[in-house]
Design a binder for this molecule. Structure first.
Ligand SMILES: NC(=O)c1ccc[n+]([C@@H]2O[C@H](COP(=O)([O-])OP(=O)(O)OC[C@H]3O[C@@H](n4cnc5c(N)ncnc54)[C@H](O)[C@@H]3O)[C@@H](O)[C@H]2O)c1
Length: 431
């Protein structure tokens, strides 16, 4: 039987050994979906801590319960390792390693290259490799393909290579790895066929596209779309401030239009691992082709200036995660807000039920208890992230000044203090 048919048969009858390289926000939920679908799954990660914790049945990812990890480990379907030679056992390998930006805002492909090298050293005919990490168009062909070819494999014939972007939205109670449609694009049609068959075993909807570059660009379009629209609405917030109009009222009214308008809300900047970074992958790629991506650059400029909208003296920052109800603070605008406030001489405290402590610029910050005293003795409370578990009515009742960058207080009974909605006039001032 042809190697492709053998691999498809192993996928179909669940005897394929699935490998997931990188067990973070993206890789861990994916690994568990494959295990739930009946496959033997081996997770490979370079972090001893991650492997130790998962082996002990402890999840380090908020959206994944420890009970689910423990169950998968106990069933023998899910094993994790730091030993790269275990890659030799895998029939299918999904790569979900970080793709950060370097300080220069150029892509840092070090993690993808390290993973590709490890696969190159340990691969064999009859495998399918899928890159999931968000990256610039051309990465799968330019960085992964040569590694498989150098290992003597002929991609499309005896090995299969594809790109399939992850769309996971941390903290989203409705859309998860399983029910979010999955884009798949292969180097050859055979590669697309195998990768589609692989993901169809455990995810609800697969959307095949014509190639790896298309699949790579789909992800960047999605996140650039968000970045540009957030930039637009942030600029509208500044416009409203200058006109003395309440931005939130404008947005809510515009959102009653049943077609042709999609609601985005302003904030203190954008955070997370995706939206502030991914568009720069595309901007970088286009710079190499002598094209300047003006929308991307402008949105990034406006969004990164938003933290400058707030400043003060003794400040309590409420919420430092990059968005509500998540424990992830990578690229969180709160970091810029805190840095900015401190550079103005402010003494900054923070409270975040999801982030007990963090280290930034060599300084360790610890979440303070949200006591009445903490609220009343702060000159201002800045709501940067509107976690659901915080009692905003109590904040409104006790705080002297609230800078509400999330509209968390809009529908509350006003207290004695003054509430400043982001970039709008202090329209909710009460005596
Ligand atoms: N977090 C999200 O919401 C999200 C959503 C969509 C796409 N993505 C993309 O998915 C990719 C992974 O993101 P994440 O948030 O899961 O990252 P993460 O930092 O949570 O996890 C990455 C894991 O990879 C491991 N790792 C690093 N180098 C490795 C190597 N050479 N071999 C094996 N393991 C290695 C790390 O130890 C870590 O456990 C990124 O490209 C990101 O842009 C993330």
């Amino acid at each position: 039987m042809h190697l492709k048919d053998q691999l498809l048969a192993k996928i179909e009858n669940r005897t394929a050994c699935i490998g997931v390289v990188g067990l973070g926000y993206v890789g861990l939920p994916l690994a568990l979906e494959f295990a739930k679908a009946g496959f033997k799954v081996i997770g490979y990660d370079v972090s001893d801590r991650v492997v130790r914790e998962l082996t002990a049945g402890k999840s380090h990812i908020q959206d994944v319960s420890s009970a689910d990890v423990a169950k998968a480990v106990k069933s023998g379907k899910f094993e994790v390792t730091t030993d790269e030679s275990r890659l030799q056992e895998m029939d299918a390998i999904s790569i979900a390693v970080p793709t950060p930006l370097a300080k220069t805002r150029d892509p840092d492909m070090g993690y993808v290259l390290a993973a590709a090298d490890a696969i190159g050293r340990n691969c064999r005919p009859g495998i399918v490799v899928v890159l999931e990490s968000t990256t610039y168009p051309g990465t799968t062909r330019d960085l992964l393909l040569p590694k498989l070819e150098a290992a003597g494999l002929s991609v499309g014939e005896d090995a299969f290579l594809a790109f399939s972007p992850e769309r996971v939205d941390p903290g989203n109670p409705v859309w998860n790895t399983k029910n979010t449609p999955k884009i798949v694009g292969g180097i050859t049609p055979a590669c697309s066929e195998v990768a589609t068959a692989l993901y169809a075993t455990c995810l609800d909807t697969i959307v095949p596209v014509s190639g790896t570059e298309t699949a790579e660009l789909v992800k960047l379009l999605e996140n650039t779309f968000r970045s540009v629209n957030i930039g637009l609405v942030n600029e509208m917030a500044i416009v409203c401030d200058k006109l003395g109009v309440n931005i939130w009222e404008v947005i809510e009214a515009a959102a009653t239009k049943p077609f042709g308008f999609m609601k985005f809300t302003p904030g203190p900047g954008i955070g997370g691992h995706c939206i502030p970074l991914d568009p720069h992958y595309l901007a970088w790629k286009m710079r190499t082709l002598n094209y300047k991506t003006r929308f991307i650059d402008l949105a990034s400029e406006i969004n990164s200036e938003m933290p400058a909208v707030v400043n003060g003296s003794r400040i309590l920052v409420l919420g430092v995660a990059y968005k509500k109800d998540v424990d992830d603070m990578r690229e969180s605008p709160a970091l810029d807000v805190i840095r900015l406030l401190e550079s103005q001489g402010a003494k900054v405290h923070y409270h975040d039920p999801f982030i007990p402590k963090f280290r930034e610029d060599g300084h360790e910050y610890t979440s303070v208890a949200l006591t009445d005293k903490e609220i009343t003795t702060s000159d201002a409370v800045v709501i940067v992230t509107d976690h659901s578990s915080v009692d905003y009515q109590r904040i409104v009742a006790l705080a002297g000044v609230i800078v509400d960058t999330r509209n968390a207080t809009a529908k509350l009974t006003k207290g004695k203090g003054r509430i400043v909605s982001l970039a709008s006039a202090p329209s909710y001032a009460t005596a």
